[in-house]
Design a protein around this ligand. Structure first.
Ligand SMILES: [Zn+2]
Ligand SMILES: [Zn+2]
Length: 437
């Protein structure tokens, strides 16, 4: 099944740079997700930041990683760690990350493996590689320093999801800061990221050129919609990603609509359990615990049936690609009192995207018309355009490398704004090396 064989796809240079720091994106340089970035100094000290895959069908992989002994995984989303099992089994790489990222990783890899089996597409790694990767972690608390040769490293809070980290690296010549996926705004789960002085800032530009609507307004519109559905006797089906979004939504419902009957299903239940075991990764651990005790966790077939009478069902998959949300949709779709509230980005080709564009969703591979009301809310935990620019200004970096971004729409307005403020801006391309002196 492995069609990702060493030596074939890497264009990584054999020798270290003459001076300064070289960076090289294997993926995620000029695209969203699918991240892998190798950076190296003139002594040959090198490291990999993230190694993900894009969970499309079939998945999209970054270029093959050169032999790296250490990789930092910023957070536990599959587009940042999906290829770590390949890495660990081929190069015996040590994975560095926060304890919560390490704990959730196993579940993310297993889920990715399961989905690849169900959909019948090949993965670049198999189940044994998951075990190798799981035992390859070396965890670091936020702000705890460690060393790699002459480099000094530490992880700081990135916002985004619990356990998500930014990486600070002090080399002999430069101070580097990699944001990973980040947000400076607080969410129910986590506090926003704080800027830190650096020379070179590698920043994600997912939302370049776009501003987020205010969180208060979005939350209010979401709450109003749920009240409307529940008052007419319907059930609001709320598809939500397992890792971060499910818990944010449950906490929001608990805070604003404690009188409602809210049921939660899918992998988000296990993720919440692990988050609660790592209170250091949460903004307000007791708020998550209270919300979690309050909602009803679905754990059996009969629970599932009971949930069909609830006011709200929060469930994976967040993009309506299988999972319990499809099971619920199939039963709720007959009654127009029910409604669907999407809570995140719906990728091209996903069930959620088809629902919005065509009013059809594949249910057990059968194209099924859906006549329910559908609304979409932006609960993104990525920094918007202004947050990205403000963050860069506060980091006082000379050079800003904009990655994890759409190179045609999101990046150009961001580059223009940053350049007008005096930054030297880099726009990396996958497979190409750049040296910063
Ligand atoms: Zn990402
Ligand atoms: Zn992420």
């Amino acid at each position: 099944m492995v069609f990702y064989s060493p030596g074939r796809t890497t264009s990584y240079p054999n020798l270290p740079p003459d001076k300064g720091i070289r960076y090289h994106y294997l993926g995620g340089g000029n695209e969203v997700g699918n991240v892998g970035c190798v950076f190296e100094d003139n002594e040959g000290t090198r490291m990999l930041l993230d190694y993900g895959l894009a969970p499309t069908d079939p998945p999209k992989y970054p270029n093959e990683a050169p032999n790296v002994k250490d990789a930092v995984i910023t957070h536990s989303h599959i587009d940042h760690l999906g290829m770590a099992p390949w890495l660990c089994s081929n190069h015996r790489t040590t994975l560095h990350g926060t304890p919560l990222t390490a704990e959730i990783s196993h579940m993310m890899w297993n889920d990715c493996y399961k989905v690849s089996r169900l959909e019948g597409y090949p993965l670049a790694w198999d189940k044994r590689d998951i075990d190798i990767a799981t035992s390859s972690w070396r965890t670091h608390q936020f702000n705890e320093k460690w060393e790699k040769d002459s480099w000094k490293l530490k992880l700081t809070r990135a916002g985004h999801i619990p356990g998500a980290a930014m990486l600070n690296v002090e080399t002999d010549t430069h101070r580097l800061l990699f944001t990973g996926d980040f947000d400076t705004r607080d969410s129910p789960l986590v506090s926003g990221a704080e800027p830190e002085k650096c020379d070179v800032l590698f920043i994600e530009g997912t939302y370049g050129g776009r501003e987020h609507p205010s969180k208060e307004e979005t939350t209010q519109a979401f709450i109003d919609r749920i009240i409307e559905v529940s008052e007419r006797g319907g059930t609001a089906l709320i598809p939500a990603f397992a890792n971060g979004r499910t818990q944010d939504i449950v906490m929001t419902l608990h805070k604003h609509l404690p009188e409602l009957d809210v049921h939660v299903d899918g992998m988000g239940k296990k993720v919440a359990q692990l988050q609660m075991e790592h209170p250091e990764s949460l903004r307000d651990p007791s708020a998550l615990e209270d919300a979690w005790r309050w909602c009803r966790r679905v754990s059996s077939k009969s629970d599932k049936k009971k949930a069909l009478d609830a006011d709200c069902i929060v469930s994976t998959s967040g993009m309506m690609d299988g999972g319990p949300s499809i099971w619920y949709l199939n039963r709720l779709r007959m009654d127009p009192k029910n409604a669907i509230l999407l809570t995140g980005y719906q990728a091209k080709g996903s069930g959620g995207r088809m629902l919005i564009d065509e009013k059809h969703v594949p249910i057990w591979h059968k194209r099924t018309p859906i006549d329910l009301e559908v609304s979409q809310f932006s609960f993104s935990t990525h920094a918007g355009h202004s947050e990205i620019v403000n963050f860069a200004e506060h980091c006082k970096a000379e050079t800003v490398v904009v990655y994890h971004t759409d190179p045609n729409h999101a990046r150009p307005p961001l580059v223009e704004d940053l350049e007008s403020r005096g930054f030297e801006v880099h726009t990396p391309i996958n497979g190409k090396s750049t040296v910063i002196n």
